[in-house]
Design a protein around this ligand. Structure first.
Ligand SMILES: O=C[C@H](O)COP(=O)(O)O
Length: 315
C-alpha cells in the first residue's frame, strides 16, 4: 500500500520551468505504440491485468438505477466465467478496479455492491463534471454529498478558466479545498498535472471523455513524466488514469505505464483506465488467446504471469 500524497506547497518556479519537448514526446509516443506486444500466452495475463485496472464507467444523461446496477454486476464479473475457467483463473477474484458514475447515481451503485457483499469502490465524478463551470461552493458541496453517499473515489475536473489564464495560486487553493472535502476518498484530478499533485491529488487523469479529443499517448507520456518528477522530488507515488475514448488496444496503455513509470505502477492502486466500452473488446481478445493456445501449459502460464509483479513485456 503506497503512502497517500499529502501534497506540497505550491512551487511556482517548478511549474514555470516545466517544458515539453514536443518532438521528443511524439517520437516516444510512436515508439511505445510500435512496441511488440507480449506473445499470446502472456497476452491473456496482460489483458486480465488491464481488466483489474478499469474504472468501469457510465456517465450518461439517461443513467438510471437499473443500468447502474447492471454496470456494477458486470464490474464484479467482467470476464465470462468459462473463459476464466479455461485459464484456471476462476478463483483469482478478478473484478474491475471500481465503477464510476455521476454523483446522483452513487447511492444506486453503493446499494448494489453492498447487496452483492462486495467492497469494490464507487468513484463519482464531481465539481460540475465535465465543464466545471459551477460556483465553487456548489462544486465543493457536490464532492461532500458524493462522499456522504458512499463514494470512495472522487474524479474532479479543475477550473479550466483559472488554468487557461495562468491563475495557478487560485487553482491550487481550489484543489486543496476539494482534497479536504474528499476526506478519506481518493481524489483523481483532470488535469494540470503538477499543480494537482502539489494540491494533494491521488491520481491525475487525462480527460473527461466528453471532449472531441480525449486520452492520447503523447499526453500520457507527458503526464507520466510529471508523475515521475513528482515522485523523485517528494517520494510520493501518484496514480495515472487515462480515460475517454479508450475502446480498444488496452495493452498499449499498460506498455506505456510499464515503460515510463515501471512495473510498480501496473496495479489498480496506481493505474486506472477510465472506460465505458472497453471491456467487450478485452473479453473478445481473451477469448481469442484462449482458443488459439495449447491448453495444458496455457493456463499455467496465464496464472503465473498474472501474479508476476508488473508482468514481463519482452516474452
Ligand atoms: O471518466 C471516464 C470517461 O468518461 C469514460 O469515457 P468513455 O465513455 O469515452 O469511455
Amino acid at each position: 500500500m503506497c503512502a497517500r500524497n499529502p501534497g506540497t506547497s505550491l512551487d511556482l518556479e517548478w511549474v514555470s520551468k516545466s517544458r515539453v519537448n514536443t518532438q521528443a514526446v511524439l517520437k516516444r509516443a510512436q515508439q511505445i505504440q510500435s512496441f511488440r506486444l507480449p506473445k499470446k500466452q502472456w497476452q491473456a495475463a496482460w489483458l486480465l491485468r488491464a481488466v483489474t485496472c478499469i474504472d468501469l464507467t457510465t456517465l450518461s444523461g439517461d443513467d438510471t438505477p437499473s443500468n447502474v446496477q447492471r454496470l456494477c454486476l458486470k464490474a464484479l464479473q467482467p470476464i465470462r466465467s468459462d473463459l476464466l475457467q479455461d485459464m484456471d483463473m476462476h478463483h483469482a477474484g478478478i473484478t474491475t478496479a471500481a465503477v464510476c458514475v455521476y454523483p446522483s447515481r452513487v447511492s444506486d451503485a453503493v446499494k448494489t455492491l453492498k447487496a452483492a457483499n462486495s467492497s469494490l469502490p464507487v468513484a463519482s465524478v464531481a465539481t460540475g463534471f465535465p465543464a466545471g463551470q459551477t460556483p465553487l461552493q456548489t462544486r465543493l458541496e457536490e464532492v461532500r454529498l458524493a462522499v456522504a453517499d458512499g463514494a470512495a473515489e472522487i474524479d474532479i475536473v479543475i477550473n479550466r478558466t483559472l488554468a487557461l489564464t495562468g491563475q495557478w495560486q487560485a487553482l491550487y487553493e481550489e484543489l486543496v479545498q476539494f482534497r479536504t472535502a474528499c476526506g478519506n476518498a481518493h481524489m483523481k484530478s483532470i488535469l494540470a498535472s503538477l499543480v494537482s499533485m502539489m494540491a494533494g491529488s491521488d491520481f491525475i487523469k487525462t480527460s473527461t471523455g466528453k471532449e472531441a479529443v480525449n486520452a492520447t499517448i503523447p499526453v500520457a507520456v507527458v503526464m507520466s513524466r510529471a508523475i515521475r518528477d513528482y515522485y523523485i522530488r517528494t517520494g510520493y507515488k501518484i496514480g495515472f488514469k487515462p480515460a475517454g475514448g479508450i475502446r480498444t488496444e488496452s495493452l498499449v496503455w499498460l506498455v506505456l505505464v510499464k515503460e515510463e513509470l515501471g512495473s510498480e505502477w501496473l496495479s489498480p492502486e496506481l493505474f486506472r483506465i477510465g472506460a465505458s466500452s472497453l471491456l467487450a473488446d478485452i473479453e473478445t481478445d481473451v477469448y481469442h488467446t484462449a482458443i488459439s493456445s495449447v491448453a495444458w501449459f496455457y493456463h499455467t502460464l496465464v496464472r503465473i504471469s498474472f501474479h508476476t509483479e508488473g508482468l514481463d513485456l519482452h516474452n
